[in-house]
Structure formats: structure tokens, C-alpha cells
Ligand binder design. Sequence first.
Ligand code: ADE
Ligand code: ZN
Length: 328
Amino acid sequence: MKDSPKIELHLHLEGGAPPALIRGMAREKSVDLSGIFRPDGGYAYRDFWHFLSVYEAATSVLQTPEDYARLTTAVLEESAANGVVYCETFLSPDFCGGGDIGAWREYLTAIREAADAVERAHAITLRGIITCIRHFGPERARPIARCAADTAGDWLVGFGMAGDELKGQPGDFRWAFDCAREAGLRITVHAGEWGGAASVRAALDQLAPERIGHGVQAIEDPALVDRLAEDGIVLECCPGSNVVLGVFKDWPSHPIERLRARGVKVTVSTDDPPFFGITMASDYENLTRHFGWDDAIFADVNRTALDAAFCDPATKKIIAKRLGETQA
Ligand code: ADE
Ligand code: ZN
């Protein structure tokens, strides 16, 4: 499955950090991160909420634009090795140099230059979506949205929200989302990973995103599933992430195929692959093993992802060719 071309719409840049890269940076900077690694070298966490704090601890060594360039190169090379031809990555100025918002443009430049170099070598294109972090609260989201609005354009194409969806209400962040939308950024919101169907409804009603990060707990509410299908809301499903974090107890219980069968636009992404010991290729293998997904279904899902991508039409034409589509 590594060779088949894939589109990934939901990948956290810091969440793609190989543990060896973070361990190496910690050593270089004399930061003690020994508590966040298992004896076998992987990341150690007990549950989703502990995962969020381990994730934040790992980002503490990403202190300069050069660190982000190294991170981007490592993440994109791994994506390319899994057949990904187009990727949208979540970036959080909250994590760049410990939240050094004044230096955001330098971080962005370093990330873009690294991504351009990997694109020349491996024919994979990256675009960015700035996310605010829900559990950091709405006040902190405002300067993050301003960073996004100031640098919106052909590369920085979206604004979103990650973090603990059990904290606060999506509408608390309306100012930040209005600011981003006015700057032309497209909107996606994490919901329905841990917060149930009600959290998806709240995100749709209060922030009107065109895509939902995860959204899979919508399956609990048949009327909401109908609404997603009718309104063409795209779900950035991350089934391997959900299974490893315990949102669903195993692959057969995951609702991605039931949602697809009900007409919901589903796509496939990995979220934070080294944290979960997964790859795009392993998720595709599991979708085939557990739900019988074949080449035609994967082609369909990737076409849905390309339609829902936030990049411009010229970029979409290039990506369509990489998918092997004869007409874009
Ligand atoms: N940030 C990184 N990974 C996340 C996830 N799976 N859910 C919410 N916020 C995140
Ligand atoms: Zn996510």
C-alpha cells in the first residue's frame, strides 16, 4: 500500500515528529525529556489527555525556525515514503519557539523552504492550516488568528482548532474564526473525536466549518449523519489514531465505513502518526482488511479529499495528475 498515491488532509506537524528527532534535539539543547519516552524509544502516554501533555512537552525542544525546518523535512519525507502526494498540515504558532508569535513569519519561511526542497525531491506538496488550541482558551486564540490572517495566502490556506474539545464551546472562539475567515482562510474544526455527536453539532452551528477534524462520533446521531451527508461536510477521519487512542475499541468498531455508506464525505489521515505507531500505508491496509476497501474506493476517497483540499485550482490539477487521474 506504500506506493498507491494518497492525499492527507489532517496531519499535525509537531505530531508527526519522529521520537528520535525529538530525543536528539533534547540532547543537543540539554532538555530533559526522558519522562515522555518508552524504553523502546516510542512516545509514552496513558490516554488522550496525557497524550496532549506529552505532545506539548515534545514541542518544547522546537525552539528555532531551523528546528521547524528539520521537523518539516523529517515529516514530509516519511509522508512521501508512504505514497502521500499532497498533505495539509496543522501548525500552531503556540508551539513555535514556545509561542514566540513575534517570530512567526521566520518559522513559516523555514517550514515553507523545507517543504519546497522535499517537494523537488519527492513530488509531495504541503500546505498549512494554522490551529488554535482549544484548551489554551479563546484569549490566546486571538493573536494566533492574527498570525494566520497576516500570513494567509497561497501556502497558508486554512484556520482550525485542535486540542481538548471537552473544554469550552466552539462559539467562544468566534472572534478568532471570523478574523481568519475575513482573511480568506478556509475553516476546519476538531470535533466528535471525544465530545460525541453534540460536539460536532456545536462546531457546525457555532463556527460553520466546511470540514470537521474527526467527526466520527456523529455516528451516534442518525439525524446528524443525514445533515453531514446533505450539507457535504467533509470528515477528516483518522481511524488508526482513534483505535490507538481508544475512541473505538478496535478497527471493526470504527464507523468510517458506516458513515461512507450513509453518504458522508469521508477522507483518511493519520493525525500524529509516530505517536500512534501508524502510517498512511498501515491505515490503508487496515481499511482493506477490516472493511474490504479496494482501489476504486481509495480512488473515490482521494478524489473527495482533493475536492475538499484548501489549495488553489492550479495546485489541484498537479495533484490530480499525481493521483493518476486522466482529467482534472
Ligand atoms: N492535537 C494533536 N493531535 C490531536 C488530536 N488527536 N485531537 C485533538 N488535538 C490534537
Ligand atoms: Zn487532529
